[in-house]
Write a protein that binds this ligand. Structure first.
Ligand code: SAM
Ligand code: CA
Length: 230
């Protein structure tokens, strides 16, 4: 398979893409998806059905200020940028800008680059800086987290202060290719087991966190939406 999906068949996934996703996919996203497909790590990008979901969610929420952790070539970033109003702003972080630079000409051509404040480096220190500034507390409508899984709970500790009450934090890959429901004795690769363990811990912590209400969405590799309550 050259995509990640938890659906029961490739044919069903293809049906969804062809019927509901590709016809409405904005041209710059299609271009970025096709460019990214040539990159050896293209499976890191969110799939187009998830991009469609994010765009609709952001519009439903009337989101204006967002955070993104984990940019890669920018498919989720461009999805977000296209969904925000013209005055919308995204603080986007990635430890490396190399892959972002690949997607940037397409983002610029799409006319949404002015919404993006890209910061190169590990996300935790950036979030710590943001936390120091009281004005940034409760100022974001949305955050999308799609980076190093071992830090998701560290991100959660900071993001919960940065998003508004009623704002949403979305964590990506929270079903970790279905491995969360596989018994621990089943053989799996080191990286699968590593991600599985962090994901199990995250999912448990999110479900028990009284500051949020959550929904586990089984789209793509699983997305957990967390709405801040107080
Ligand atoms: N959301 C992207 C998309 O739709 O194309 C995919 C993101 S990819 C799965 C994960 C990204 O997280 C990589 O580009 C990697 O460089 C970045 N990353 C890993 N560790 C990080 C960290 N500590 N801080 C910021 N970014 C990190
Ligand atoms: Ca992901």
């Amino acid at each position: 398979m050259d995509h990640k999906s938890l659906l029961q068949s490739d044919a069903l996934y293809q049906y969804i893409l062809e019927t509901s996703v590709y016809p409405g996919e904005p041209e710059p996203l299609k271009e970025l998806r096709e460019l990214t497909a040539k990159h050896p790590r293209h499976l890191m990008a969110i799939p187009p059905d998830e991009g469609q979901f994010l765009r609709l969610l952001l519009k439903l929420m009337n989101a204006k200020n967002t955070i993104e952790i984990g940019v890669y070539t920018g498919y989720s970033l461009l999805s977000t940028a296209l969904a925000l109003p013209d005055e919308g702003k995204i603080i986007a972080m990635d430890i490396s800008r190399e892959n972002y630079d690949m997607g940037r000409p397409i983002i610029q051509k799409a006319g949404v680059a002015h919404k993006i404040d890209f910061r190169e480096g590990p996300a935790l220190p950036f979030l710590d800086e943001m936390i120091k500034n009281e004005e940034m507390h409760r100022s974001f409508d949305f955050a999308f987290v799609d980076a190093d899984k071992c830090n998701y709970l560290n991100y959660h500790k900071r993001l919960i202060d940065l998003v508004k009450v009623g704002g949403v934090i979305a964590y990506d890959n929270t079903l970790w290719q279905g491995s969360v429901a596989v018994p621990p004795e089943v053989p799996m690769s080191e990286s699968m087991r590593y991600g599985r363990e962090h994901t199990l811990e995250l999912n448990k912590a999110l479900a028990a966190d009284p500051r949020i209400e959550i929904a586990q969405i089984p789209i793509a590799d699983g997305v957990t939406l967390c709405r801040r309550l107080s």
